[in-house]
Design a protein around this ligand. Structure first.
Ligand SMILES: [Zn+2]
Length: 242
């Protein structure tokens, strides 16, 4: 019995002579591994479907011990990402993040799928500050899981921040100078400003939000550290942090 799923390729491994196992992130079933048969030849019909970022309608069916992709209708290949090394690494970072997450229900799965496609479209087809898509994605991931990072006031005592804002990695929230502990780290003014504006604006506003890549990278390192405490320590962000 075959079924159709809307999915994006997160990564793949070569198997046998010409096959490839791909990890699909789907709207309907979350993450599933499936095999593309004979797909590594130049003339293979589904050769574009084996590449990371390939987004489409995949028809899969039970094979011997694994799922087999029988056909693909590609909706978007995002091949533009492979023509700009910075965008490629940033896009790859989005896939790495999804790979590191697990979903406790259909709602998280759905929200993150929609978020990922939105993020990739902005990254591939618009002129945006370096790291802004990756930062926006991370910020929204915390929110989707009920762990919003940004707050207007100290998450602990409720007072204003008065010039000094800290992130408490133990709880993943912002605290004031009085409430900070040894598990907290101060955010620079630049980091705090970027965190605020990216929390309060959606992807379609990213083109209008400008910041330096140094400031962006600084906040990215902070959010990745927070990601390690909340989710998974295997996130590498290849080409950006490693
Ligand atoms: Zn406080």
């Amino acid at each position: 019995m075959s079924k159709k799923i809307k999915a994006i390729v997160l990564k793949g491994n070569n198997v046998k002579e010409k096959d490839k196992n791909i990890l699909l992130f789907s709207l309907e079933e979350g993450k599933v591994w499936a095999t593309l048969k004979g797909v590594r030849g130049e003339k293979a019909k589904m050769k574009y479907a084996k590449e990371p970022f390939c987004f489409g309608d995949f028809v899969i069916e039970e094979g011997k011990g694994s799922l087999i992709v029988t056909s693909v209708d590609i909706l978007e290949s995002f091949h533009e990402l492979s023509q700009d090394i910075d965008k490629y690494f940033e896009g790859n970072g989005l896939l790495e993040i999804v790979n590191a997450l697990s979903f406790s229900g259909q709602n998280e799965n759905y929200q993150i799928f929609v978020e990922l496609i939105k993020a990739l479209k902005i990254l591939a087809f618009h002129k945006v500050s370096k790291y802004s898509v990756l930062l926006k994605f991370l910020i929204d991931i915390f929110t989707i899981y009920g762990m919003e990072v940004y707050s207007e006031k100290c998450s602990c005592c409720g007072n204003d921040f008065h010039d000094h804002v800290y992130i408490n990695y133990n709880v993943g929230e912002l605290v004031c100078a009085n409430c900070q502990t040894f598990q907290s780290e101060e955010l620079s003014k630049g980091e705090f400003a970027i965190l605020k504006i990216l929390t309060q604006n959606d992807y379609d506003k990213l083109e209008t939000i400008k910041f330096s890549s140094e400031q962006g990278l600084k906040l990215l390192k902070t959010l990745v550290k927070n990601f390690y405490s909340r989710f998974d320590k295997s996130l590498k962000l290849i080409g950006i942090l490693s």
